[in-house]
Design a binder for this molecule. Structure first.
Ligand SMILES: [Zn+2]
Length: 268
């Protein structure tokens, strides 16, 4: 069967990074697989079932034990696919686990009303809590940090200092319209500045292909523009139109429709 997503493999010495990016229909959402000699760490689980299944099959082919599955934040496009990875330990920040517990059923109901069998019908709640700070997993150092009020209320930043890699997930998007529904434009720009200060060469994003340091300026520019357009647009339709005009090559404009559902809850 033809693969629906694309996989970028990056050799980083002690680790090999496999970055899976869904097709546009799945919002180009990513799953990162960090392979070391000892095993695999998987970050985020996809949105739509066809992509989640592909990720599972790819992991099986790598033929190494999955030490952990980590969920970066509670937005459904990053954890719905957990149904295909639930035989491994699933980790998240405490707030993320709580949000999936409290809001997960409603998220599944909403998305199934639109997408039916393409999305999960089972809420998998992370069963392990990630703490901020350093840990060695499968022989590689992970540095975990909690970021508040950016793309989401709480999200996890992962730095792999030994292999010059930052796993930013939804703090950054590459060539994809941003989900701006949380509306924390200022906080998000501050967070991106903090990422840039870490000085990594390889940057893994939540939507789109892996990037280099030029991504910081691109994303900051988009957030600034989105904030300006939001403050001066009369409605969601105008906001979307202006951002699509400003960024004609960006993919998955439906992420702006989802954003509008939060920014303009009375419309549509
Ligand atoms: Zn996302």
């Amino acid at each position: 069967m033809e693969r629906k997503g694309t996989i970028t493999v990056i050799e980083k010495g002690k680790a090999t990074i496999h970055s899976y990016t869904a097709s546009e229909e799945g919002g180009l959402v990513t799953t990162q697989i960090i392979e070391t000699e000892k095993g695999l760490v998987v970050i985020d689980a996809q949105f739509l079932r066809p992509h989640a299944r592909e990720v599972r099959d790819y992991i099986l082919r790598l033929g190494k034990p999955v030490e952990r599955v980590i969920v970066s934040h509670s937005h459904p496009d990053h954890w719905f696919g957990l149904e295909y990875l639930s035989d491994h330990p699933v980790y998240a920040l405490a707030e993320t686990g709580q949000e999936i517990m409290d809001l997960g059923e409603a998220m599944i109901r909403d998305k199934r009303a639109l997408l039916g069998e393409l999305v999960t019908d089972s809420r998998i709640i992370p069963d392990h809590t990630i703490e901020e700070g350093q840990e060695v997993i499968c022989g590689l150092r992970y540095d975990f940090k909690r970021i508040r009020e950016a793309e989401a209320g709480v999200q996890l930043l992962i730095h792999l200092p030994e292999v010059d890699t930052l796993i930013a997930q939804d703090l950054l998007y590459n060539g994809v319209h941003l989900f701006i529904g949380h509306g924390a434009f200022e906080g998000w720009i501050e967070a991106v500045k903090g990422l840039e200060e870490r000085g990594c060469g390889t940057i893994l994003v939540g939507h789109g292909r892996p990037a280099g340091p030029a991504i910081y300026k691109e994303v900051t520019g988009y957030i600034e523009e989105a904030g300006r357009c939001y403050r001066s647009s009369r409605n969601g339709e105008e906001l979307k139109e202006r951002l699509m005009e400003r960024y004609p090559d960006h993919l998955a404009p439906f992420l702006l429709d989802i954003s509008n559902g939060f920014l303009y809850p009375g419309e549509g």
